[in-house]
Design a protein around this ligand. Structure first.
Ligand code: MF3
Ligand code: CO
Length: 267
């Protein structure tokens, strides 16, 4: 069942979204060579406690993981791309780190993810000759294009088509097993938001729909394997991966990004 949100409810999700963006900005800044990823996990726990937020990940036991998840942020290194269970790992220059974070505040959830290159400037678009920078830039542009296609009266297929077109143009293949999702009172609600689609197909996008849009892909393959930890999903060929995610609302005036870090410290 799809629950549409009122403008007042969307503003509450935006409050959570600004916090999610602030945490991701803070953790990304701290993700420097020599830092252990567990330090990022603990920093996120402190920020959650200070804000009085609730983690959506802690004790989460979905079918796609060997639950319960006992961390508050997903940290996926290099070939790790989705649901990365944080493990002790000292970051090295050039590591490709995906941070994915969702909490609720006053009962309203926001979810976002970003991939960074440890020790490098975040302006990945300026370094297309670097395969990892090019990959990260591709999922960021796909996120922009997917969001731009999320128009009231458009369809879920429009979003998937826009995302898939960027992947295809850049020479990456899309795995359709995991994509975006509705969210609001909980982190995972209907509908599923695929990263491939056909324009004009699928559910119509009504004003009041709040969804997470989240393109992700690997350099070399769309095939995935589960890490023995039961959570972390990796590229099957070990190639590096990237993932970009925002929570957005469909409004009468078009898509509005609720996790874009406006007003976030550090932006
Ligand atoms: N935030 C992830 C998503 O984008 C879900 C992570 S679930 C966890 O949908 F259990 F791995 F934390
Ligand atoms: Co998500």
């Amino acid at each position: 069942m799809i629950e549409l949100k009122t403008p007042a409810e969307i503003e509450k999700i935006a409050v959570t979204g600004r916090f999610v963006a602030a945490v991701l900005a803070d953790l990304s800044r701290r993700a420097q060579p020599g830092v252990d990823v567990m330090d990022l996990e603990h920093r996120a726990r402190d920020m959650i406690a200070d804000r009085g937020a609730q983690s959506c990940y802690w004790d989460y036991s979905p079918s796609f993981g060997d639950g319960p998840f006992r961390n508050v942020v997903c940290l996926s290194v290099n070939d790790g791309v989705l649901h990365g269970l944080p493990h002790p790992h000292v970051l090295a220059e050039g590591d490709v780190l995906t941070l994915d974070f969702a909490v609720s505040i006053d009962g309203w959830v926001a979810d976002a993810a970003t991939t960074v290159q440890v020790g490098f400037d975040d302006d990945v678009a300026s370094r297309p000759e670097d395969p990892d920078a090019r990959l990260i830039d591709s999922t960021r542009r796909a996120l922009d294009e997917g969001i731009a296609a999320a128009l009231p009266g458009g369809t879920l297929g429009d979003i998937g088509a826009a995302i898939g077109a960027v992947a295809a143009a850049d020479g990456y293949r899309v795995n359709t097993g995991f994509g975006g999702h509705g969210l609001g009172r909980t982190m995972h609600e209907d509908p599923h938001v695929p990263n491939l689609g056909r324009r004009g197909h699928g559910m119509e996008l009504p004003p009041g729909l709040v969804i997470a849009v989240e393109p992700w892909w690997a350099i070399g393959t769309e095939e995935i394997v589960y890490d023995p930890d039961g959570w972390t999903i990796r590229s099957a060929d070990g190639s590096n991966t990237a993932h970009s995610e925002h929570t957005i609302a469909i409004t009468e005036d078009g898509p509005v990004i609720l996790t874009d870090g406006r007003d976030a410290p550090g932006h």
